[in-house]
Design a protein around this ligand. Structure first.
Ligand code: NAP
Length: 282
């Protein structure tokens, strides 16, 4: 699994990580999901993305079970505070609850899930305090457009923004003309969420191109999708898999480097298009 610097953190993080939104949290399906996370970790997908919102904390508990017994330093655990909790005190308390559910004593990165009504200065100040206290190693944001990023940077006093986690898939590439260049200029990692775009890439006319490329490399179209989204030096993807088979398939994409001609062909098959309105999100 290829790793690359995660923004300004100094950490080398694998291109492909693991999401946990809507991960099953009960019964046999939860056990399968825990095994999938563990298998993914064993195959190099040590970047685990979760949030207090996912399953009202149950996803964090599942991650806690999946990482039990593993050397903490080998993992890169990311969680997120809900905007409704993102006051000065609320952010600290939410982080402590997440640490408790994850059964760990620090997060590698802690994000504001999306911008709400709490002033950014207050939330960013709390995130900086968490860094100072050693409860998080780095801070980041999610669903931030360029204006939000600029404002967040302006109110931060000591810490840089490590990452911006945004919607990015073959049928939604507009970050490439907006948030991605900004992030690149300011050394902020870009993390692609919902990289499979709910399967939209399989339904369009570009799919034949993807299948042909996958066949030539002896990989699956899903692996080509992940390789395309992480083709530049500052992007990461966090697909969610609830089965070991999907997790291993996704991990396999972490070593797949597409040739420039193939990248150009996918670019033509799934044109980036122009953004209408604000930053798309789910
Ligand atoms: P996704 O990862 O694009 O897609 C998940 C779906 O793809 C599941 O149905 C999964 O099936 C399937 N899948 C996984 N691997 C596959 C493979 N190799 N081949 C075919 N299908 C495969 O969608 P997502 O869960 O929305 O996004 C990923 C993560 O991003 C989330 O889990 C979450 O951590 C994060 N996220 C963040 C935000 C935010 O606001 N910051 C928003 C959305 C998502 P199985 O489950 O059956 O394996």
């Amino acid at each position: 699994m290829i790793g690359r610097p995660f923004g300004p953190t100094g950490a080398s993080v694998p291109l492909i990580g693991q999401g946990t939104w809507n991960v099953p949290t009960r019964g046999a399906a939860a056990e399968a999901a825990r095994s999938a996370l563990r298998a993914g970790i064993e195959h190099g997908m040590v970047h685990i993305d979760t949030a207090e919102m996912y399953g009202d904390g149950a996803a964090e508990e599942l991650v806690g079970a999946a990482i039990a017994g593993l050397p903490r330093e080998s993992l890169f655990i990311v969680s997120k505070v809900l905007p409704s909790n993102a006051t000065a005190r609320g952010t600290i308390a939410a982080c402590e609850r997440s640490l408790h559910r994850l059964k760990t004593d620090y997060l590698d990165c802690y994000l504001l899930h999306w911008r709400g009504t709490v002033p950014l200065r207050e939330t960013m100040g709390a995130l900086e305090q968490l860094v100072a206290e050693g409860k998080i190693r780095a801070l980041g944001v999610s669903n931030f457009d360029v204006d939000d990023l600029t404002e967040a940077q302006a109110v931060l006093e000591r810490e840089p923004i490590a990452c911006n986690q945004v919607l990015y898939h073959l049928n939604e590439r507009t970050i490439e003309d907006h948030e991605l260049p900004y992030a690149r200029e300011h050394d902020i990692a870009t993390v692609a969420y919902t990289p499979f775009g709910r399967g939209a890439y399989e339904r369009g006319p570009g799919y034949a191109t993807l299948v042909a490329i996958a066949e030539r490399y002896g990989v699956t179209p899903a692996q080509v999708v992940l390789a395309f989204l992480t083709r530049t030096a500052d992007t990461f993807a966090i697909p969610k898999a609830a089965s070991v088979a999907h997790a291993l398939e996704n991990a396999g994409a972490g070593d797949l480097a597409l040739a420039p001609d193939d990248i150009a062909a996918i670019d033509r098959a799934y044109p980036a298009g122009r953004r209408r309105g604000g930053l798309p999100s789910l």
